[in-house]
Design a protein around this ligand. Sequence first.
Ligand code: IYR
Length: 225
Amino acid sequence: MQDYEAIPLPDREKYPVEEMLQRADDYYQFIKRRHSVRHFSTEAVPRQVIESCIMAAGTAPSGANHQPWHFVCVGDAELKRKIRIAAEHEEEEFYGGRAGESWLEDLDKLGTDANKPFLETAPWLIAIFLQRSGTDGLGKKQKNYYMSESVGIATGFLLNALHNAGLATLTHTPNPMKFLNEILERPNTERPYILLVVGHAAEEATVPAKAMNKKPLAEISSFVD
Ligand code: IYR
């Protein structure tokens, strides 16, 4: 049985077709300027900016609206250092062979390696955790649904919000990243999902020219209309 008070849809958005076309294209022009950055400056970013971006991420849809995510925002230099050391330790094994031949070949083309100085230079690291189970308002354990879809969408919202605030990001996935539970004291019911590196790009930051080659519309979509 429906167990909620229904209110009329708030915040209704609707635009004339011309404006809709313009807005859709404006948004594309805006989001295509997001690039994964691997060289960060040490320039500080106010905590309040990060807080607003997390609030935006928290508006994402989720299975049964259980919001199965937790964002640990790390600005503390000592903790960032601990994370860097643990991540580089795992990455050394990964790049040393654990990744397997074909994965390493693909990464060789990217030029990434086990060295992750950005984990200390960037002002913020946001460790995103997926909650396998959660608690309701009364502290009773509850099951979560579609966790990776939900957390993936929230992560997308967060990347958008950070880009909109003029910040550079890197979606980093040290492999494995169980160490984040220990360092950040998160329970075993949570799985580290992605480590976002957030700040301003360093002057010398580059991206691969190839990274600009996004697949064309006809390749990534089909229309049946
Ligand atoms: N976790 C490693 C490896 C890595 C994997 C993929 I797939 C990338 O697109 C980039 C890196 C690292 O962060 O270096």
